[in-house]
Design a binder for this molecule. Structure first.
Ligand code: FDP
Length: 281
């Protein structure tokens, strides 16, 4: 596991360097020598694939950028699903983006999840790694990730990150979100899942939601690459992650790219989601 964490850290440093290179975020453009540049998300995917393929213990990888999982080593036992650069379009407007990793033993199913991790590329590069015991925050300083502290959510927070297109929300969902704002919650939504959830985690609580709605009945966020890794982290930090009625970590994706409605946050807010949604069944 330590080798996997180190490979993620090396990937993060290389992805940060790629982000920092001028123009690289713009797709299908040519560089000064006339070569077509790789899109940043594809480049990030290749970086992570290369770093993970050096580890014998990794059996299979699945990437948001690849149609199907890829076997790296038949004798390995770790299965790693990752979104190499979530929110990559935000690079063009200089907002924070991230990489997300879910680590499993033997199969891509939540009951086999043993760790998860994300990296946020903002003004600073930070990494959050969760295993069974802790959720740990690291900060990139002079080329090394230094441990900062363990993270814990409070029972209740003060911020709200409501995803999806409001026009398509169910009326009870809209009433619930309006209710939170009426009680003083503040809007904190950048449109990048990684920085939006990172903010809730570091501020100690709140609610991030991406519901099923009329335009996207199963939500937008992918279970394997986005929802499960953050669910693991939020639960380990003392919060909750549900799809409106059940823990997301009890769901089984039928395909690697399946999505799910999702709500992540501190217990108080997520319990309110569960009671509002239960009233609609
Ligand atoms: P993006 O499409 O820019 O990659 O992963 C999907 C994601 O970003 C999340 O990071 C983000 O939370 C969500 O989409 C934003 O979607 P909306 O614009 O529909 O709110």
């Amino acid at each position: 596991m330590n080798m996997i964490l180190q490979a993620i850290q090396k990937s993060a440093i290389r992805i940060k360097e790629a982000i920092d290179v001028k123009d690289i975020g713009y797709s299908q453009e040519q560089n000064s020598s006339g070569e077509t540049q790789l899109q940043l998300d594809i480049q990030s995917d290749l970086i992570i694939e290369e770093e993970l393929s050096r580890i014998e213990g990794v059996h299979t990888i699945a990437s948001e950028e690849k149609e199907e999982p890829m076997v790296l080593n038949e004798n390995g036992h770790y299965f790693i699903a990752f979104d190499p650069l979530d929110g990559s379009s935000l690079v063009d407007v200089n907002l924070s983006v991230g990489s997300i990793f879910g680590i499993y033993e033997g199969a891509f199913t939540p009951s086999k999840m043993v760790a998860s991790c994300y990296v946020v590329y903002g003004p600073r590069v930070e990494l959050v790694f969760a295993d069974e015991h802790h959720v740990s925050l690291y900060l990139l300083q002079n080329g090394e990730f230094e441990f900062v502290k363990h993270l814990h959510l409070n029972e209740k927070g003060k911020i709200m990150a409501p995803g999806g297109t409001q026009q398509y929300w169910a009326p009870y969902h809209k009433a619930m979100i309006d209710g939170f704002f009426t009680r003083g919650y503040r809007l904190r939504y950048s449109g990048g899942m990684v920085p939006d959830l990172h903010q809730i985690l570091l501020k100690g609580g709140g609610l991030f939601s991406y519901p099923g709605a009329a335009d996207k009945p199963e939500g937008k966020l992918r279970m394997l690459f986005e929802v499960f890794p953050f669910a693991f982290i939020f639960e380990r930090a003392g919060g909750k992650a549900v799809d409106g009625s059940a823990r997301v970590l009890e769901k089984e994706p039928r395909h690697v790219h399946d999505t799910s409605p999702c709500f992540f946050g501190s217990c108080d807010e997520v319990n309110e989601v569960l009671s509002v949604y239960a009233g609609q069944q």
